[in-house]
Design a protein around this ligand. Structure first.
Ligand SMILES: Nc1ncnc2c1ncn2[C@@H]1O[C@H](COP(=O)(O)OP(=O)(O)O)[C@@H](O)[C@H]1O
Ligand SMILES: O=C(OP(=O)(O)O)[C@H](O)COP(=O)(O)O
Length: 407
């Protein structure tokens, strides 16, 4: 199955319900948006709809989190980026929102209130159930076409992601299309050899990705770094020390050690673990140690320099590099070397993809974003895509296209 895109349909003069993901880091005290990458990435889709009435639907954060807030600042940021007025209403599908939509002219852009202010949006449900929520019924009555550009939320089976496409003619926006197309290339025609670098703290997700790409023969090698490498080292019988062992327990990933053992049994020749790591010594400084000499009371916080060399070589000799999750606690300068150097090497590959919020921020802060083929706007969505699962948003768009098509 395939989904429709903006090239497949006529949107001029239509009222378009555009679902984007403007969920961004925010300073809760001032409501200041600290990083506008997602705004920059969605802007071309909004510009593409310059002869439509565009009703922007997005969320910011989740209920009970400090940055769960209203969207006035989001509307202003989008306005600045597209150079056209963006109206904002503090309503989702009530009378105020309906009247605001009714009074729109072609070329107008209206941002609705944070859609997660409506309780139904926060519930995981099937497309059928989602379609019968008050939220979806209210929204669909306000528009002619639904466009989903929210790749960052594509792994959530929530009403505005799966219920709207179930109920009305729907296509993918340009960002959604680009994300799916580029990430799919990893599975199909990625230049060989293909190397995955998996780090950071989301060990369960990384395990699923590693298993999928190793079992399916997609990855020629998987380099493990960050907390992910500590789990693999523990699985291989290495004493990683109490602090790193405790962190694995605190994160609830003890069960992942068994999965790592299994993967090592099946694919040891393609899994590369560090032989040297950096620990924080009693003076609070970086110290290089071989993995068989990790002091029992010191935390492992980065890839060791002696392992950095072969890891960088492997990356440099790769046609494709998929990088997800940092190699160490890069927030502390002394432990940033592994992450910075591996990312710099990864950017030199013919085809290089970065996923994960922290990793993408590092790439931008190093000023090497231009050297990557693709920096995904999705964290969880990107990683779930790479596990080989069909994302709920993608499935919903495909089914919608089959059902409503061009008519
Ligand atoms: N060895 C380590 N010990 C503790 N934390 C680590 C280690 N390596 C990386 N991290 C932490 O991982 C975090 C990012 O992980 P994650 O959220 O999975 O990345 P991303 O957002 O790119 O997917 C960073 O805050 C970093 O400090
Ligand atoms: O930022 C997001 O996810 P991400 O942090 O995994 O990239 C999306 O907006 C989804 O948000 P959610 O994880 O609260 O459903």
């Amino acid at each position: 199955m395939k989904f429709g895109t903006l090239d497949d349909i006529e949107t001029d003069r239509k009222t378009v319900l555009l679902r984007v993901d403007f969920n961004s880091p925010i300073d809760p005290a001032s409501n200041l948006i600290l990083d506008d990458k997602r705004f920059r990435e969605h802007a071309p889709t909004v510009q593409n709809l310059s002869d439509s009435k565009v009703v922007v639907i997005t969320h910011q954060s989740r209920p009970q989190k400090k940055d769960f807030t209203t969207l006035q600042a989001h509307a202003e940021r989008l306005e600045r980026l597209i150079g056209r007025p963006v109206d904002y209403t503090d309503d989702i599908f009530g009378k105020c929102a309906r009247e605001a939509v009714r009074s729109m002219d072609c070329g107008d852009v209206l941002m609705l209130e944070n859609v997660r202010f409506n309780a139904e949006e926060n519930i995981k449900m099937s497309p059928q159930d989602a379609a019968s929520t008050h939220l979806v019924r209210g929204l669909r009555a306000m528009g002619d076409i639904y466009v989903n550009d929210a790749f960052g939320t594509a792994h959530r089976s929530q009403p505005t992601i799966v219920g709207l496409p179930y109920s009305m003619k729907s296509v993918a926006g340009t960002l959604m299309e680009r994300e799916v197309k580029t990430l799919s290339k990893v599975f199909t025609d990625a230049p060989k050899p293909v190397t995955f670098v998996l780090g950071g703290t989301k060990v369960d997700d990384s395990m699923d990705v590693a298993k999928n790409v190793l079992d399916a023969g997609i990855a020629d090698q998987v380099l493990v770094v960050g907390v992910v490498s500590n789990v693999f080292l523990a699985a291989d019988g290495v004493d990683i020390g109490k602090p790193s062992g405790d962190l694995i327990k605190t994160l609830g990933y003890e069960g992942e050690i068994g999965k790592a053992k299994e993967m090592l049994k099946n694919h040891r020749d393609r899994i590369v673990m560090p032989e040297h790591v950096a620990i924080k010594n009693t003076e609070g400084e970086r110290e290089e140690v071989s993995v068989d000499k990790i002091p029992s009371e010191r935390p492992v916080l980065d890839l060791g320099l002696e392992s950095l060399i072969p890891f960088t070589e492997t990356i440099k000799n790769s046609g494709t590099v998929v990088f997800n999750g940092p190699a160490g606690v890069f927030e502390e300068e002394a432990f940033s070397t592994g992450t910075f150097e591996l990312l710099k090497a990864a950017g030199k590959a013919d085809f290089s993809v970065v996923g994960g919020g922290h990793t993408a921020v590092v790439v931008e802060s190093l000023g090497i974003d231009e050297s990557f083929s693709h920096i995904s706007t999705g964290g969880g969505a990107c990683i779930e895509f790479l596990t080989g699962k069909k994302l709920p948003a993608v499935a919903a768009l495909e089914e919608s296209w089959a059902k409503f098509g061009k008519n």
